[in-house]
Design a protein around this ligand. Structure first.
Ligand code: AFP
Length: 278
């Protein structure tokens, strides 16, 4: 497992440099969920593929930018699923983006997830690794990731990140979000799930939501690459992640690119969501 974390550390430095200097043009290609791919999406995907392909402990890799999984070592232990550049539509406006990794054993259901990690490419490059606990690392001037602290959520926060097309929200969801703001929560939504969730984790709590909407009946965010890894981080940090009713990590996708409504937060905020969605 440590080999995989070391591979994530080295490839994130290559991605940081690609983000800083390479062009942000769109390609003619689309990924399997119909998103037009940025040249950077494809580049970051290949950089991660190259790095993980060197590891004998990786059985298979599954990328958000590829239709099919890629088999590497038949008898190896881990499946690594990743979103190479989440929030790529924010690169050309110079907002923070990220990479997300889920490390699975024996399958790609929520219960198969054994560890997760994400990298934030912002003013600084930070890495968060969740195993039995959640650790924050920061890249220093010698290109080393230095341990900063363990991340722990409070039971209640003050930030609210409401995703999804608002005119397509269900009335009960709109009411819930309005009520949360009436209670004094601050709006913190960039359109990049990695920096948005990172802020809630580091600021001790709050709620990130991307519900089912009339234009995205199954939500937008992908279970295997985005939602399961962050659900694991939030749970290990003392929070929760649900699809409105169910614990996200009890879900089983029928396809690697399946999406799901999702709510990540500290306990008090998730309790509130459960009441509205019961
Ligand atoms: P892109 O990778 O296409 O920029 O999408 C980012 C994302 O997957 C996730 O990071 C955001 O939370 C969410 O989509 C933003 O979606 P909206 O644009 O519908 O708010």
């Amino acid at each position: 497992m440590q080999e995989i974390f070391d591979a994530i550390k080295s490839v994130s430095i290559k991605i940081k440099n690609a983000l800083a200097y390479e062009d942000t043009n769109y390609t003619e290609q689309t990924n399997s969920t119909g998103d037009t791919q940025l040249a950077l999406d494809v580049r970051c995907d290949l950089l991660i593929q190259e790095e993980l392909s060197k590891l004998s402990c990786v059985k298979q890799i599954i990328s958000e930018e590829k239709e099919k999984p890629m088999d590497l070592n038949e008898n190896a232990r881990f499946i690594v699923a990743y979103d190479p550049l989440d929030g790529s539509s924010l690169v050309d406006v110079n907002l923070s983006v990220g990479s997300i990794f889920g490390i699975y054993e024996n399958g790609i259901c929520g219960r198969d997830l054994v560890a997760s990690a994400y990298v934030v490419y912002g003013p600084r490059v930070e890495l968060v690794i969740a195993t039995d606990d959640v650790k924050l690392y920061r890249l220093n001037s010698k290109n080393e990731f230095k341990f900063i602290k363990n991340i722990k959520l409070n039971t209640k926060g003050k930030h609210n990140a409401p995703g999804g097309t608002q005119k397509c929200w269900e009335p009960k969801h709109k009411q819930m979000i309005d009520d949360i703001f009436k209670d004094g929560y601050r709006l913190r939504y960039s359109g990049g799930m990695v920096p948005d969730l990172h802020q809630i984790l580091l600021k001790g709590g709050g709620l990130f939501s991307y519900p089912a909407t009339s234009d995205n009946k199954k939500g937008k965010l992908r279970l295997v690459f985005e939602v399961f890894p962050f659900a694991h981080v939030f749970k290990k940090a003392g929070g929760e992640a649900i699809d409105g009713k169910n614990d996200i990590l009890t879900l089983s996708p029928s396809h690697p690119h399946d999406t799901s409504p999702c709510f990540f937060g500290s306990l008090k905020e998730i309790e509130r969501v459960k009441k509205v969605y019961e």
